[in-house]
Design a protein around this ligand. Structure first.
Ligand code: BTN
Length: 223
């Protein structure tokens, strides 16, 4: 089957998100870079990268009604977690044990999503709570290979009706469930599940709450 997207491959750029949006011409486009000088994380953070890393941005039209767009980051995360055989911290941090190995940032404008994924592939001396996917340097081609497989899976998932998003597969990999967490702005509770619309379900002293990824930040295990 032909690859259903075109690819721009770069050694270095500021942010693959911007390249993907700039070059998007109506059909899916994957931008792959070995290094970014201004990679963006969620909540305006700088995206820190390992010596061997890859930045991926997949630009695609969104055919779903806007109310379903919040599922896109979760779907992109679960297909990545399955590819890497790792876990997910809600909404879409890619985790190995306590360490984050990758993250996803979805930016939507004019019904075009740029789905960004940063993967730290090999990190011999990582900062606390960070790690690479591999123990040994997988070499310069590994990022493109993973990016192609991830893009295929994301495009396939987004071609399905949103009601068929892989909720159960997300839940099976989500380590947040069962944890007592805090979030900004000010909240704390125990995670009991993930709703069909992708919201996090928590039990708090004031009762059951559902948290939407775009409305809260910094969901962390309570210390
Ligand atoms: C997070 O904060 O966990 C999300 C990180 C997303 C980083 C990726 S790297 C590829 C793409 N380009 C960017 O500037 N950001 C995303």
């Amino acid at each position: 089957m032909p690859t259903p997207y075109s690819v721009i491959r770069l050694d270095e750029t500021e942010s693959t998100q911007d390249v993907a949006r700039e070059h998007f011409a109506g059909t899916p486009l994957l931008v792959v870079a070995a290094r970014q000088t201004a990679g963006r994380g969620r909540s305006g953070a700088i995206w820190e990268t390992a010596p061997r890393a890859v930045g991926l941005s997949l630009a695609t039209n969104l055919e779903w009604e806007p109310a379903r767009w919040p599922l896109v980051p979760l779907i992109s995360g679960v297909v990545a977690a399955e590819l890497l055989d790792c876990t997910l911290k809600w909404p879409n941090d890619l985790m190995m044990g306590e360490a984050k190995i990758g993250g996803i940032l979805v930016e939507v404008a004019d019904a075009v999503a740029v789905i960004g994924m940063g993967l730290n592939l090999w990190w011999p001396d990582p900062p606390p709570y960070r790690s690479g996917v591999f123990r040994e340097d997988p070499g310069p081609e590994a990022g493109l290979g993973l990016g192609n497989r991830w893009s295929d899976a994301v495009i396939r998932a987004l071609a399905m009706p949103p009601s068929e998003w892989p909720h159960d597969r997300f839940v099976a990999r989500c380590v947040s469930i069962g944890q007592t967490v805090t979030w900004d702005p000010g909240g704390a509770g125990t995670v009991t599940g993930v709703d069909g619309d992708g919201s996090l379900v928590v039990e708090t002293p004031a009762g059951r709450q559902t948290l939407r990824a775009g409305e809260i930040r910094h969901v962390r295990p309570a210390s």
